[in-house]
Design a protein. Structure first.
Length: 180
């Protein structure tokens, strides 16, 4: 592995740091899982919109659709199959010893998390290129524009989990006001 490969594997963008902290806010993880399962929300895209909002940047419907198209191949080829495999192993086949299956499931979970981080790093690179987002007056305005844009792409999100995420975000202090 070259030194460039190593730095790419260990790099943690401001977007990733934001996501890890926000996902840990009580209630957010469960609400995100519900949005993902019920409305096919890519939590990485949702968090990208929220992270941009911390910087008073909003993505339009066309930008969200383009972003979703650009990262969709990675998500569909890696993140979703890993998630499905991890979830399936919650109830492993009887032939497999529970401890062995759980150890394997834990390794898959780590790989799934790395796949999500790589997706976020790619999205962060897109943000740094300046190709996404326009200035918004406030983070609240940027949030509303971004979330409405994403709903225009996917369809209406379930109200309760969305309200939990948005309420938590309104109170959230981003880590160090990390910028692009």
């Amino acid at each position: 592995m070259s030194s460039n490969d190593e730095s790419a594997l260990t790099r943690k963008s401001p977007f990733w740091r934001f996501s890890v902290r926000f996902y840990a806010v009580p209630g957010v993880a469960q609400a995100c899982i519900e949005l993902q399962d019920r409305a096919k929300v890519d939590v990485n895209v949702l968090f990208f919109l929220l992270w941009n909002a911390t910087q008073n940047r909003a993505l339009s419907h066309a930008e969200v659709a383009e972003l979703d198209r650009m990262i969709g191949e990675w998500r569909d080829a890696t993140v979703i199959p890993l998630r499905e495999m991890r979830r399936a192993l919650k109830s492993p086949p009887r032939v497999m010893a529970p401890g062995a299956a759980e150890g394997f499931r834990a390794r898959i979970k780590a790989i799934e998390l790395e796949a999500e981080r790589l997706q976020q790093e790619a999205m962060y690179d897109l943000a740094r290129s300046g190709g996404f987002g326009q200035p918004a007056a406030t983070p609240a305005e940027a949030t509303a524009i971004g979330v409405n844009s994403y709903q225009a792409v996917l369809g209406q999100f379930p109200a309760t989990p969305l309200a939990i995420v948005l309420s938590a975000f309104a109170k959230f202090e981003p880590p160090g006001r990390d910028m692009i």
